[in-house]
Design a protein around this ligand. Structure first.
Ligand SMILES: NC(=O)c1ccc[n+]([C@@H]2O[C@H](COP(=O)([O-])OP(=O)(O)OC[C@H]3O[C@@H](n4cnc5c(N)ncnc54)[C@H](OP(=O)(O)O)[C@@H]3O)[C@@H](O)[C@H]2O)c1
Length: 216
């Protein structure tokens, strides 16, 4: 399976490339193909130095969409609309949103669009065939990048397309020690997207780092 990471040069994208490329064919996307190639080479070098085989390449965001089966939108909420509009048709590919609409004010605040969540906004602007799934919202980039440590987190997964949700849950469950939990339809996605500002506030007010979720 080929996984394209749009904005794969960013904080979470880089970490995802490190974790996913030993398991899947990862295509790092960027607005700038050279930047994507640099990230993919860095990812491969890091893994090869640990004797881990991987498949990671870098290209433009558009080529990542065209060549991948599953596309992760690893870009900030404020840049999401322009990014999605710059991409070719997703067709009926699986599109994964880890995007959290939040702002840092005195504390972190959940600031969703009028639709109620980024996922519901995306559902409105993506072609109707695109199979949208919400996942990976609550794992901090630093944890993704700490590849010598297991990711022992629960991952809520939302979606209306049951097959797409199952495929994304399989990706989650094959990555380190992550465990996917069905969090319901896209209509429930605001609850998943609002968890990260909560986790960041808990980290801040309790002097913790990279607070994560584990359902027991
Ligand atoms: N960071 C975390 O710990 C974390 C955890 C869970 C979920 N998330 C979610 O994951 C998404 C990505 O977060 P991040 O921290 O990885 O973001 P980031 O590092 O700030 O940015 C990711 C990538 O987005 C692209 N980008 C930046 N500015 C842009 C612009 N003006 N127009 C178009 N593309 C632009 C860049 O790629 P190019 O310059 O290569 O095009 C950049 O490398 C966010 O929606 C966030 O809510 C993040």
């Amino acid at each position: 399976m080929k996984i394209g990471i749009i904005g794969g040069t960013g904080d979470i994208g880089e970490g995802m490339a490190l974790r996913l490329s030993p398991l899947f064919e990862v295509i790092v996307g960027s607005r700038n193909s050279e930047k994507a190639i640099e990230t993919s080479v860095c990812c491969s070098d890091t893994l090869h130095s640990r004797n881990v085989k991987c498949s990671c390449s870098g290209t433009t965001n558009a080529d990542a969409v065209l060549n991948a089966d599953v596309i992760i939108l690893a870009v900030p909420w404020k840049n999401l609309t322009e990014t999605v509009r710059s991409l070719p048709d997703f067709g009926d590919k699986i599109v994964v949103s880890p995007v959290n609409p939040m702002e840092k004010r005195d504390h972190f605040v959940f600031v969703p669009p009028d639709e109620g969540s980024v996922a519901l906004y995306l559902k409105r602007i993506l072609p109707p065939e695109a199979r949208l799934v919400v996942a990976f919202n609550t794992i901090a980039a630093n944890r993704w990048k700490a590849i010598d440590e297991e990711l022992r987190y629960s991952v809520p997964v939302c979606g209306d397309d049951l097959e797409a949700k199952s495929i994304v849950s399989d990706i989650v469950n094959s990555t380190s020690a992550l465990k996917a939990y069905d969090a319901g339809p896209l209509a429930a996605s605001c609850m998943v997207e609002s968890l990260t500002p909560l986790l960041l506030n808990i980290a801040r007010y309790n002097k913790m780092r990279d607070v994560g979720l584990r359902f027991v």
